[in-house]
Design a protein around this ligand. Structure first.
Ligand code: OAD
Length: 250
């Protein structure tokens, strides 16, 4: 990684009064979790957009649960990687930063980041379609499994599907921060799914700086953006080390 860009990014993080961090599937790629839009992002030739919808669940809940059970089993074998641990360090260095992830894999929490906002929900949580009760279920779920609170069926994954709204309290927390943020650090997301795709746009609109870490270079060029090309598991620890030296922390 080019030192000048790392240095610039660390300077920006150190100077920011209000900050937002946003991660996507790319941050978990090095843990072995497939991304959504990569070449290995398909399951039995279904795209996420074909399965992660209320319509797909209404049509064939067993198929949707099969997909989630497969993802749960896959993620259960994955460990947080160097990028997730670097984010925990960042949280200690930047206590005013709001940490948001689009990932439902729980790996940020597994690394020790307790206060992360999982804006698309969590793979291991179910929500009762009758009473709304939330439960943690690490085991396989089928449409026949009953809610332990009301006995209703079916349970659904407590994730946000295409065409569904992010919980209003979650969005309010994010937009409150965005309305004052002078920088955003975006890691491992293709920026194709809204509203998350709009967060960097909003920071730019207000004259803030967008720092992006991704293996692929971005489509557009924005003069104030700082782009750090590379794997999150390599670049984020370098960024944290640079930030520590700027903040003069050993
Ligand atoms: P995507 O699969 O769309 O994008 C992953 C991004 O990570 C791409 O831009 C890759 O270039 C980048 N990438 C891959 N490996 C990387 C690495 N080691 N280090 C850094 N970057 C890497 O995933 P998301 O943007 O997270 O939503 O997708 C957004 C949402 O679409 C997901 O939360 C999910 C999905 O459908 C819902 O399920 C509602």
């Amino acid at each position: 990684m080019e030192n000048a860009s790392l240095n610039e990014a660390a300077k920006c993080l150190a100077a920011a009064q209000q900050l937002l961090f946003l991660s996507g599937a790319g941050i978990s790629a090095e843990s072995g979790v497939p991304t959504f839009r990569g070449k290995d992002g398909l399951w039995r030739n279904y795209r996420a957009e074909d399965l992660a919808t209320p319509e797909a669940f209404a049509r064939n809940p067993a198929l949707v649960w099969e997909w989630y059970n497969w993802r749960k089993a896959l993620v259960a074998q994955c460990q947080p990687n160097a990028a997730h641990f670097a984010v925990v360090e960042l949280a200690k260095l930047l206590p005013h930063c709001l940490f948001v992830t689009q990932n439902v894999d729980g790996l940020h929490r597994a690394a020790g980041l307790d206060n992360v906002l999982e804006m698309h929900g969590n793979l291991y949580r179910t929500r009762c379609t009758v009473c709304g009760a939330l439960e943690e279920k690490r085991e396989d779920v089928t449409p026949e499994v009953r809610c332990t609170h009301c006995g209703g069926v079916p349970l659904r994954p407590d994730v946000v599907w295409f065409g569904e709204a992010i919980p209003p309290t979650t969005l309010k927390t994010i937009y409150d921060k965005l309305s004052v943020a002078d920088a955003i650090l975006v890691v491992g997301t293709s920026g194709t799914v809204y509203p998350a795709a709009g967060f960097a746009v909003e920071v730019r609109r207000r004259g803030g700086t967008v720092i992006e870490i991704n293996t692929e270079s971005p489509h557009g060029h924005y003069p104030r953006d700082i782009f750090l090309q590379g794997k999150a598991g390599t670049v984020l620890p370098q960024l944290v080390a640079q930030l520590k030296s700027q903040l003069q922390i050993a």
